[in-house]
Design a protein around this ligand. Structure first.
Ligand code: ATP
Ligand code: MG
Length: 228
């Protein structure tokens, strides 16, 4: 017998405070150049999803990155397609074109506001997922205080960047607002993958095989890498 069921005719209890609270739709947003996407990105996103019970993680490849030398960045359509390939096997993952299709430089705060608006009927809460290296520069991002106010910033640990240095660099007040995610350390970077590819060295096991094949088939990141 279900002990929670009230006896017939018993007065209905008012719903508890807990059941009254509106559920939020927890959206992880992971921005990046993804030039190319690799297992470091995927692992950080998946571990953030599990730890913060996210309903969805949206990968947002940059269009016109304000902090990068554009010459070294592969065309956005390639980066977008590689991100789609890499994320397709995870039902919680999505890829957004919002920054690619936006005219002019892309700012994270505009992307955060875009998703707050897009999911407004679902009572969204945004979890902005970044590596610790990127978060250490957060105060240089456009409208940084608004970012810290409107979303939870998650900083995934990354080899070579320690949290104590981040605390010193950001100051205690900002650091306390950031959630540190102790991601299983992967010393993988897109820079290293680009360099290896250009030198004709293997990139296997650094990124999903579908992305590796895409890079080789399209000769992205250097002639040496082109499949003959
Ligand atoms: P690049 O070497 O070109 O800078 P990257 O590997 O740093 O590439 P980005 O596209 O710059 O990749 O990173 C997107 C986001 O993912 C950033 O917030 C970055 O800190 C984070 N990130 C990248 N690699 C890792 C990793 N191995 N572990 C955790 N976070 C990572
Ligand atoms: Mg980077």
């Amino acid at each position: 017998m279900n002990k929670k069921k009230s006896a017939p005719g018993a007065p209905k209890l008012a719903p508890s405070r807990k059941s009254k609270a509106r559920k939020t739709f927890r959206v992880g947003v992971m921005g990046g150049t993804f030039n190319p996407i690799h297992y470091g990105h995927l692992l950080a996103a998946e571990q953030a999803r599990c730890k913060f019970k996210l309903d969805r993680v949206i990968f947002v490849p940059t269009g016109d990155p304000p902090h990068k030398d554009s010459d070294a960045v592969a065309p956005s359509e390639h980066r977008y397609l590689m991100t789609v390939l890499a994320t397709s096997t995870n039902p919680y993952f999505r890829v957004s074109r919002v920054e690619i299709d936006r005219k002019g430089p892309s700012y994270s705060i505009d992307t955060i506001n875009h998703f707050l608006e897009k999911y407004t009927t679902l009572n969204p809460s945004i979890y902005f997922i970044s590596g610790l290296d990127a978060v250490m520069e957060i105060m240089t991002w456009s409208r940084a205080p608004e970012i810290l106010e409107k979303c939870v910033v998650i900083a995934a640990t990354r080899p070579g960047y320690d949290t104590e240095r981040a605390r010193e660099c950001l100051g205690e007040r900002v650091f306390r607002k950031i959630k540190i995610l102790k991601a299983s350390a992967l010393a993988i970077s897109s820079t290293d993958i680009r360099e290896r590819t250009a030198a004709g060295q293997p990139i296997k096991y650094l990124l999903p095989e579908s992305v590796e094949q895409y890079i080789l088939n399209h000769g992205i990141y250097g002639e040496a890498a082109k499949r003959g």
